[in-house]
Ligand binder design. Structure first.
Ligand code: GLP
Length: 248
């Protein structure tokens, strides 16, 4: 794993956006795996600004998102579909038909999970997967204990994840209890992975994932077994790693 230290959140967002733009410009039909949450908001802002200023085109780009809540309509402001349109898709020239998220409203969730897994394969796999890091080490919505062999599946969200995401909802009780997420093996098949980590509150889990052997209790630790992972973390997120004098 290659670790790049960013000064702060803004610097992390700039570096991440540069990284993504490079792939978008280099590949003829890039498949980007995208994440939601607070961490990539700044990155999407830089991508929007860059598109407006430098006219970077996304007409040839395909996207697959990591996850979506179950039972939240795509038009609802709390859905990840709404988030992606608001933060990115509505501001760049990507055809909406090229953008994909799991359908959290599907009646048959198992069929939806298989459809999503097959869709990623049909697109030729993910070239660059952007990831955030959950406070408990989750990636996508793969909570601690998720088998590394997992494919796209429906998950029950843990209390800690619901609490962390409650800030986007009216109350804790309004947070959906289930989501559809790419599995760990789905994520690991990506050709390249970009993990973004920002803030002091992520310092503990980042240090844990860097020190531990890969284990299913810390889902993100699986990334140590991938051949091409780049972590862009800001100084606050790296504070414990640096305190312990760990080399990176
Ligand atoms: C959420 C999302 C993840 C995200 C993570 C971290 O629950 N499902 O995809 O990466 O938790 O969120 P944040 O960036 O807001 O800290």
């Amino acid at each position: 794993m290659k670790i790049i230290e960013a000064k702060d959140y803004q610097d992390m967002s700039q570096s991440a956006a540069r990284f993504i733009i490079e792939q978008v410009n280099r590949l003829s039909a890039p498949v980007l795996g995208l994440a939601t949450g607070g961490t990539p908001l700044g990155t999407y802002q830089v991508l929007r600004e860059d598109h407006a200023r430098n006219k970077t085109t996304y007409k040839h780009v395909y996207t697959v998102n990591l996850d979506e809540y179950v039972g939240v309509s795509p038009d609802h402001e709390n859905s990840y579909t709404f988030y992606m349109k608001k933060q990115l898709f509505d501001h760049i020239d990507i055809p909406l038909s090229h953008t994909h998220l799991p359908n959290g409203m599907a009646c048959d969730q198992d069929a939806e999970c298989s459809r999503y897994e097959a869709l990623i394969e049909r697109l030729g796999g993910i070239d660059l997967q952007v990831l955030g890091l959950g406070l408990n080490g989750h990636i996508g919505f793969n909570e601690p204990g998720t088998p590394f062999s997992s494919k796209t599946h429906t998950v029950e969200l843990t209390q800690s994840t619901k609490e962390a995401n409650a800030r986007y909802f009216d109350s804790y009780d309004a947070v959906p209890s289930q989501a559809i997420t790419m599995g760990i093996s789905t994520i690991m098949k990506s050709k390249q992975i970009l993990l973004l980590v920002s803030g002091e509150k992520k310092a503990g889990i980042l240090a844990k994932l860097l020190t531990e052997e890969p284990n299913e209790d810390t889902p993100a630790s699986v990334l140590k077994t991938h051949q091409d992972v780049v972590i862009i973390a800001d100084s606050d997120a790296l504070s414990i790693v640096k305190e312990r004098g760990m080399a990176f």
